[in-house]
Design a protein around this ligand. Sequence first.
Ligand SMILES: C[S@@+](CC[C@H](N)C(=O)[O-])C[C@H]1O[C@@H](n2cnc3c(N)ncnc32)[C@H](O)[C@@H]1O
Length: 209
Amino acid sequence: MSLAESWDKYAVGSKPRRAVNATGDTTWLNWTQYADHGPNESVLGPVAGRRVLELGSGSGSNLAHLVTLGAMGLGVDVAPAREAVARERWADLAGLEFRTAEATAFLSETDEAFDVVLSIFGAVWFVDPHTLLPLIRSRMASGGTLAFSHLPAGSQDVKPGGAGLRHNHSPDAWEHLLTSYGFGAVSASLIEPPEGRTVGTMLVRALAR
Ligand SMILES: C[S@@+](CC[C@H](N)C(=O)[O-])C[C@H]1O[C@@H](n2cnc3c(N)ncnc32)[C@H](O)[C@@H]1O
Protein backbone atom coordinates (compact mmCIF):
# COMPACT_ATOMS: atom_id res chain seq x y z
CA MET A 1 0.00 0.00 0.00
CA SER A 2 1.37 3.45 -0.89
CA LEU A 3 1.77 6.22 1.69
CA ALA A 4 -1.20 8.08 0.17
CA GLU A 5 -3.37 4.95 0.32
CA SER A 6 -2.41 4.27 3.94
CA TRP A 7 -3.26 7.82 4.96
CA ASP A 8 -6.49 7.74 2.96
CA LYS A 9 -7.45 4.65 4.93
CA TYR A 10 -6.68 6.46 8.18
CA ALA A 11 -8.71 9.50 7.01
CA VAL A 12 -11.84 7.35 6.66
CA GLY A 13 -11.77 6.63 10.42
CA SER A 14 -11.22 10.26 11.46
CA LYS A 15 -14.14 11.98 13.11
CA PRO A 16 -15.08 15.44 11.82
CA ARG A 17 -14.36 18.27 14.25
CA ARG A 18 -17.30 19.63 16.28
CA ALA A 19 -19.09 22.63 14.77
CA VAL A 20 -18.56 24.72 17.92
CA ASN A 21 -16.02 24.46 20.77
CA ALA A 22 -16.55 24.89 24.51
CA THR A 23 -16.31 28.67 24.28
CA GLY A 24 -18.75 28.87 21.37
CA ASP A 25 -16.19 29.50 18.62
CA THR A 26 -16.85 28.06 15.17
CA THR A 27 -13.14 27.93 14.24
CA TRP A 28 -10.16 27.39 16.54
CA LEU A 29 -6.65 25.99 16.60
CA ASN A 30 -5.83 22.98 18.76
CA TRP A 31 -2.23 21.81 19.16
CA THR A 32 -3.18 18.84 21.34
CA GLN A 33 -5.10 15.57 21.06
CA TYR A 34 -7.68 16.81 23.58
CA ALA A 35 -10.68 19.04 22.91
CA ASP A 36 -10.61 22.52 24.48
CA HIS A 37 -7.09 22.05 25.81
CA GLY A 38 -3.69 23.70 25.36
CA PRO A 39 -2.50 26.98 23.86
CA ASN A 40 -4.13 28.66 20.90
CA GLU A 41 -2.79 30.23 17.71
CA SER A 42 -0.80 32.84 19.68
CA VAL A 43 2.09 30.32 19.57
CA LEU A 44 2.53 31.43 15.95
CA GLY A 45 2.59 35.18 16.58
CA PRO A 46 0.44 37.46 14.42
CA VAL A 47 -0.78 35.69 11.28
CA ALA A 48 -2.77 38.44 9.54
CA GLY A 49 -1.31 39.06 6.09
CA ARG A 50 1.12 36.12 6.46
CA ARG A 51 1.49 33.23 4.06
CA VAL A 52 0.96 30.12 6.17
CA LEU A 53 1.77 26.53 5.19
CA GLU A 54 0.42 23.52 7.08
CA LEU A 55 2.12 20.18 6.47
CA GLY A 56 -0.33 17.33 7.00
CA SER A 57 -3.36 19.61 7.17
CA GLY A 58 -5.99 16.86 7.47
CA SER A 59 -9.51 18.26 7.35
CA GLY A 60 -8.13 21.80 7.31
CA SER A 61 -9.83 23.05 10.49
CA ASN A 62 -6.71 24.47 12.16
CA LEU A 63 -5.56 26.25 9.03
CA ALA A 64 -9.08 27.56 8.36
CA HIS A 65 -8.99 29.24 11.76
CA LEU A 66 -5.77 31.07 10.84
CA VAL A 67 -7.38 32.22 7.59
CA THR A 68 -10.31 33.68 9.53
CA LEU A 69 -7.65 35.75 11.34
CA GLY A 70 -6.34 37.15 8.04
CA ALA A 71 -3.67 34.60 7.03
CA MET A 72 -3.33 33.25 3.51
CA GLY A 73 -3.27 29.50 4.00
CA LEU A 74 -2.02 26.54 2.03
CA GLY A 75 -2.66 23.07 3.41
CA VAL A 76 -0.64 20.16 2.02
CA ASP A 77 -1.59 16.58 2.80
CA VAL A 78 -0.50 13.31 1.21
CA ALA A 79 -4.00 11.78 1.43
CA PRO A 80 -6.27 12.72 -1.49
CA ALA A 81 -9.37 12.16 0.67
CA ARG A 82 -8.20 14.93 2.99
CA GLU A 83 -8.05 17.50 0.21
CA ALA A 84 -11.58 16.59 -0.92
CA VAL A 85 -13.03 16.89 2.59
CA ALA A 86 -11.14 20.09 3.40
CA ARG A 87 -12.16 21.78 0.15
CA GLU A 88 -15.79 20.93 0.66
CA ARG A 89 -15.82 21.96 4.33
CA TRP A 90 -14.06 25.30 3.76
CA ALA A 91 -15.34 26.17 0.27
CA ASP A 92 -16.72 29.52 1.46
CA LEU A 93 -13.47 30.73 3.01
CA ALA A 94 -11.36 32.91 0.68
CA GLY A 95 -7.58 32.78 1.02
CA LEU A 96 -7.42 29.07 1.79
CA GLU A 97 -6.09 26.41 -0.57
CA PHE A 98 -5.48 22.69 -0.22
CA ARG A 99 -3.16 20.47 -2.24
CA THR A 100 -2.56 16.74 -2.27
CA ALA A 101 1.20 16.15 -2.03
CA GLU A 102 3.78 14.45 0.13
CA ALA A 103 5.47 17.14 2.22
CA THR A 104 9.07 16.60 1.07
CA ALA A 105 7.97 16.34 -2.58
CA PHE A 106 5.96 19.55 -2.27
CA LEU A 107 8.79 21.47 -0.57
CA SER A 108 11.35 20.22 -3.11
CA GLU A 109 9.26 21.37 -6.05
CA THR A 110 7.63 24.59 -4.93
CA ASP A 111 9.14 28.02 -5.44
CA GLU A 112 6.74 29.59 -2.95
CA ALA A 113 7.96 31.13 0.31
CA PHE A 114 6.13 31.02 3.63
CA ASP A 115 6.17 33.21 6.74
CA VAL A 116 4.70 30.57 9.01
CA VAL A 117 4.85 26.77 8.79
CA LEU A 118 2.89 24.55 11.14
CA SER A 119 2.27 20.85 11.52
CA ILE A 120 -0.09 19.37 14.11
CA PHE A 121 0.50 15.63 14.49
CA GLY A 122 1.37 16.08 10.81
CA ALA A 123 4.23 15.54 8.39
CA VAL A 124 6.91 16.83 10.81
CA TRP A 125 6.05 13.87 13.01
CA PHE A 126 6.25 11.34 10.18
CA VAL A 127 9.17 12.46 8.01
CA ASP A 128 12.85 12.17 8.93
CA PRO A 129 13.78 15.62 10.31
CA HIS A 130 17.19 15.46 8.61
CA THR A 131 15.28 15.49 5.32
CA LEU A 132 12.34 17.68 6.19
CA LEU A 133 13.80 20.49 8.32
CA PRO A 134 16.28 21.78 5.70
CA LEU A 135 13.52 21.69 3.09
CA ILE A 136 11.15 23.65 5.33
CA ARG A 137 13.90 26.17 6.10
CA SER A 138 14.64 26.64 2.39
CA ARG A 139 11.05 27.78 1.78
CA MET A 140 10.85 30.17 4.75
CA ALA A 141 11.68 33.83 5.08
CA SER A 142 14.20 34.73 7.80
CA GLY A 143 12.33 35.51 11.00
CA GLY A 144 9.47 33.19 10.02
CA THR A 145 7.92 30.84 12.53
CA LEU A 146 7.87 27.05 12.47
CA ALA A 147 5.70 25.29 15.05
CA PHE A 148 4.57 21.72 15.39
CA SER A 149 3.15 19.25 17.86
CA HIS A 150 3.33 15.50 18.29
CA LEU A 151 2.68 12.85 20.89
CA PRO A 152 5.58 12.22 23.25
CA ALA A 153 7.79 9.15 22.83
CA GLY A 154 6.28 6.01 24.31
CA SER A 155 2.68 6.95 23.51
CA GLN A 156 2.33 5.15 20.17
CA ASP A 157 -0.72 3.29 21.38
CA VAL A 158 -2.63 6.54 21.84
CA LYS A 159 -4.61 8.14 19.01
CA PRO A 160 -4.06 9.96 16.67
CA GLY A 161 -1.98 7.34 14.89
CA GLY A 162 -1.76 6.60 11.20
CA ALA A 163 0.81 5.23 8.82
CA GLY A 164 4.55 5.11 9.19
CA LEU A 165 7.31 5.68 11.67
CA ARG A 166 6.95 8.58 14.07
CA HIS A 167 9.75 10.98 14.86
CA ASN A 168 9.22 11.64 18.53
CA HIS A 169 12.07 13.63 19.98
CA SER A 170 12.83 15.16 23.34
CA PRO A 171 12.97 18.96 23.71
CA ASP A 172 16.80 18.83 23.74
CA ALA A 173 16.90 16.71 20.59
CA TRP A 174 14.54 19.07 18.77
CA GLU A 175 16.61 22.05 19.84
CA HIS A 176 19.74 20.40 18.47
CA LEU A 177 18.06 19.40 15.20
CA LEU A 178 16.44 22.77 14.59
CA THR A 179 19.61 24.69 15.40
CA SER A 180 21.55 22.46 12.97
CA TYR A 181 19.16 23.27 10.14
CA GLY A 182 18.96 27.05 10.31
CA PHE A 183 16.47 27.74 13.07
CA GLY A 184 16.96 29.59 16.37
CA ALA A 185 14.99 30.75 19.42
CA VAL A 186 13.79 27.18 19.86
CA SER A 187 11.25 26.47 22.54
CA ALA A 188 10.20 22.87 23.01
CA SER A 189 8.19 21.57 25.92
CA LEU A 190 5.52 19.15 26.98
CA ILE A 191 1.98 20.47 27.37
CA GLU A 192 0.57 18.70 30.41
CA PRO A 193 -2.52 16.54 29.74
CA PRO A 194 -5.91 17.52 31.13
CA GLU A 195 -6.93 16.13 34.50
CA GLY A 196 -7.49 12.39 34.43
CA ARG A 197 -5.36 11.83 31.32
CA THR A 198 -1.76 10.67 31.31
CA VAL A 199 -0.29 11.57 27.91
CA GLY A 200 0.83 15.12 27.22
CA THR A 201 1.71 16.80 23.93
CA MET A 202 5.10 17.93 22.68
CA LEU A 203 4.92 21.47 21.29
CA VAL A 204 7.91 22.91 19.48
CA ARG A 205 8.42 26.42 18.13
CA ALA A 206 11.42 27.96 16.38
CA LEU A 207 12.28 30.95 14.23
CA ALA A 208 14.04 30.75 10.87
CA ARG A 209 17.45 32.43 11.22
C1 LIG B 1 -2.64 12.32 12.56
S1 LIG B 1 -3.20 13.18 11.14
C2 LIG B 1 -3.35 14.87 11.73
C3 LIG B 1 -4.19 15.74 10.82
C4 LIG B 1 -4.40 17.19 11.29
N1 LIG B 1 -3.15 17.92 11.31
C5 LIG B 1 -5.09 17.23 12.62
O1 LIG B 1 -4.51 17.69 13.60
O2 LIG B 1 -6.25 16.81 12.68
C6 LIG B 1 -1.72 13.25 10.15
C7 LIG B 1 -1.94 13.91 8.81
O3 LIG B 1 -0.69 14.08 8.17
C8 LIG B 1 -0.76 13.63 6.84
N2 LIG B 1 0.59 13.19 6.45
C9 LIG B 1 1.32 12.18 6.99
N3 LIG B 1 2.53 12.09 6.41
C10 LIG B 1 2.57 13.06 5.47
C11 LIG B 1 3.56 13.48 4.54
N4 LIG B 1 4.74 12.87 4.47
N5 LIG B 1 3.27 14.52 3.72
C12 LIG B 1 2.05 15.15 3.79
N6 LIG B 1 1.08 14.79 4.65
C13 LIG B 1 1.34 13.77 5.50
C14 LIG B 1 -1.81 12.52 6.87
O4 LIG B 1 -2.43 12.25 5.64
C15 LIG B 1 -2.79 13.05 7.89
O5 LIG B 1 -3.81 13.84 7.31
